[in-house]
Design a protein around this ligand. Structure first.
Ligand code: 2P0
Length: 355
């Protein structure tokens, strides 16, 4: 007999850290050594689109990422997300009629196929794992009929997939509190300000390279934890004060302060990569040229019109205000003419708000 296939598709945005997460105190469930904050980008610009399908005719769970099949059982992170969502499964209902399609106690007989696509370079330092695991967590939670009240738990499940993914479940300006507990239930993201808080803010992504990075974030940060005294100092003595300053500056829309703090934090994060032994290099000559361009631009303007940040890759994310956009775009297009910057705005909605 032909078995029905139950499918749903969601898309998830990426986020860019302004104060960075780098280093874990528990690598199994991604508990960080410091809290971090980020802005969530609008899904129109950079996103992961994920379709999950369940059927009795599927004999095993399967997953395709950008058209290539991945071995679900080889990924501890994917298995963790599946396990945690399944442990909370409810009834799957038809969204229109409310009719129960799969009862809570019937899920054991169904396996799931996941098809996920990024519309931006994967693993090139543009937080693809953040969007990817936020999408997987959210899509599975909808498929398995998780109740709305589990938003905090979803944040923890996304974190188990990839630390930064917990920050992609909310829009606007988001903090991931490191938490204190060993079981991680207090290590989750919260929205500090929604996307309507600062409509003047504008993001520009300069794609320097779309090749996959040679050292993954997971591996790089573990080596940093093991070998970099600067990282330990940063987590204990620098980040806490910086987070408080950043949150206050963002709340009061103090662009000069936000930009300075984000540039300093990006620079310190890459300094810890250099302090790692053997060192890890994510920025390249083009990235450094962008840093110099931004500082020259700010100096010429007599005020801070632009800030930069670089994640675990050479690509630059610039923050500016809409009124300065023509100046910043003109500079970027003059100095980096081959590739047009991607203009991005802040997320217009929270995934969690849609639950
Ligand atoms: C961040 N990054 O805060 C920092 C800045 C990269 C540099 O979060 O091992 O992919 O999956 O928890 O989340 C990249 O780390 O690492 C990251 P896992 P993840 O956005």
């Amino acid at each position: 007999m032909q078995q029905p296939v139950f499918s749903l598709t969601i898309s998830s945005p990426t986020n860019i850290a302004l104060i960075k997460y780098w280093g874990k105190r528990d690598a199994k469930i991604n508990l960080p050594i410091n809290s971090s904050v980020s802005v969530t980008l609008n899904q129109r610009d950079l996103r992961t689109v994920t379709t999950v399908s369940a059927s009795r005719s599927f004999s095993r769970d399967r997953l395709w990422l950008n058209g290539e099949e991945e071995d679900v059982n080889a990924s501890r992170r994917v298995l963790a997300v599946f396990r945690e969502v399944r442990a909370r499964a409810g009834d799957l209902r038809d969204p229109k009629t409310g009719q129960v399609l799969v009862r809570k106690d019937e899920w054991d007989g169904l396996r799931v196929w996941v098809v996920s696509e990024n519309n931006f370079p994967t693993a090139a330092g543009l937080a693809s794992s953040a969007a990817g695991y936020a999408a997987l967590t959210f899509a599975l939670s909808k498929l398995y009929g998780l109740p709305d009240s589990l938003a905090d738990e979803l944040s923890c499940i996304a974190r188990m997939g990839s630390g930064s993914a917990c920050r992609s479940l909310a829009g606007g300006f988001v903090a991931w509190d490191m938490g204190q507990r060993a079981d991680g239930v207090d290590s989750r993201a919260r929205q500090v300000a929604d996307e309507a808080h600062w409509p003047e803010l504008q993001v520009l992504v300069l794609v320097v390279s779309d090749t996959k990075k040679t050292v993954s974030s997971t591996a790089g940060m573990q080596t940093s934890v093991d070998t970099s005294p600067l990282l330990a100092h940063r987590a204990a003595a620098v980040v806490p004060g910086r987070l408080a300053e950043m949150e206050a500056a963002y709340q009061s829309r103090d662009f000069g302060k936000v930009a300075e703090l984000m540039m300093r934090d990006s620079n310190q994060f890459h300094a810890t990569c250099l302090d790692t032994y053997p060192p890890v290099f994510y920025m390249n000559d083009a990235s450094r040229a962008i840093v110099r361009m931004v500082h020259a631009l700010n100096e010429a303007a007599g005020e801070t019109v632009c800030g930069y940040t670089f994640d675990a890759g050479p690509n630059a994310v610039l923050l500016t205000l809409k009124r300065h956009l023509p100046t910043v775009l003109a500079a970027a297009n003059t100095h980096f003419p081959p590739k047009r910057p991607v203009e991005a705005t802040l997320a217009s909605e929270s995934l969690l708000a849609a639950l």
